[in-house]
Design a protein around this ligand. Structure first.
Ligand SMILES: [Fe+2]
Ligand SMILES: [Fe+2]
Length: 241
């Protein structure tokens, strides 16, 4: 995809250029907030900012677990979805990670960040949404642990309790026990197969397995609850359990 940063974004970057001696993690958060510009009536923008904060927290935890300096990964995570600013305008959501990379690279260059680090951050940002390891095994095999870590941090936020509830809100309601059981079994099999997801680091893998175990517990309990539906009927029919 051809390099693209909108004029408006360039002007914002210029504004931040004057503050490049401030703490870069804090400054980057302010920059992302300014760019995403959450406003009343656009809760999707606030969601994006809050999601970016949670992803950055996962990035910090991964970096700390691996004994890395947290700054580059926290910055990469904060910036990973900033490209939505363009996607909101043109509807190209499938390209948001490319926009994010271009903006992040220009912003970090303006901040005087080490060019080698800028390149790593750019790759990590693109990888978070470029494809999956099954679709593009070579790309993922050749990526460094750092380059896979924004993808890990993003997924750790996307598969947490909030997402389980959002999924449940979509497909769980006053359904029959058989239908609910089917839904829970499907979700359970996803949680079970996801345990084999490739992770960039051992730290991310540990957190990922914890999240998948939570999902498994929830859906196993839901299946058990649905199975209990018939216990009373059996008891009434004289089959003492
Ligand atoms: Fe994204
Ligand atoms: Fe994201």
């Amino acid at each position: 995809m051809e390099h693209f940063v909108a004029e408006e974004m360039r002007r914002l970057i210029d504004k931040y250029r004057e503050r490049k001696n401030e703490d870069l993690m804090k400054l980057t958060y302010e920059f992302v907030k300014d760019a995403l510009h959450p406003e009343p009536g656009r809760e999707d923008k606030l969601y994006r900012l809050e999601h970016s904060l949670r992803v950055a927290l996962w990035g910090k935890k991964i970096a700390e677990g691996e004994g890395w300096d947290p700054e580059p990964l926290v910055i990469a995570c904060l910036l990973h979805d900033i490209g939505y600013v363009e996607s909101w305008k043109n509807g190209a959501y499938g390209a948001h990670h490319h926009y994010s990379r271009f903006i992040a690279e220009e912003y970090l260059e303006a901040m005087g960040y080490d060019p080698k680090e800028v390149k790593k951050i750019g790759v990590a940002i693109v990888l978070h949404a470029v494809s999956s390891p099954t679709e593009n095994p070579e790309l993922f095999k050749n990526a460094s642990p750092f380059e896979l870590s924004v993808w890990d941090a993003d997924d750790l936020d996307r598969y947490d309790e909030m997402r389980m509830i959002m999924n449940a809100n979509r497909d769980i309601g006053e359904l029959t026990a058989a239908d609910l059981k089917k839904i829970a079994e499907n979700r359970l099999s996803l949680a079970v197969s996801s345990k084999d997801r490739i992770c960039g680091t051992e730290t991310a893998r540990k957190y990922w397995l914890e999240e998948m175990a939570e999902g498994r517990r929830l859906y196993e309990r839901l299946i058990a609850q649905m199975d209990h539906t018939w216990e009373m009927e059996q008891w009434l029919a004289g089959k003492r359990l």
